[in-house]
Design a protein around this ligand. Sequence first.
Ligand SMILES: [Zn+2]
Length: 88
Amino acid sequence: MNKKYKDRNWLYENYVEKEIKILELAKDCGTTTDTIYHWLDKYQIPRRTKKAIDVKCLNCDKVFKKTYAEIRKGNLNHYCSQKCCKEL
Ligand SMILES: [Zn+2]
């Protein structure tokens, strides 16, 4: 089994810079996606997520996308921009 996923530089280079999917990395290393996630977390490498939801700005009614990553960060304000947030 190839343990290169334990190398932070390798993870960062492939996952963040080359944007290779977790599943591909896991296959490449002969391990599971759970293991790759475990090491990403361990090295505090932020996970990519393309999942986004439509949110309507409470100030200008503009509909915009918010990713789960942003929402998880506690960024729950439903405003399209800092400017709208401050206007209320
Ligand atoms: Zn707005």
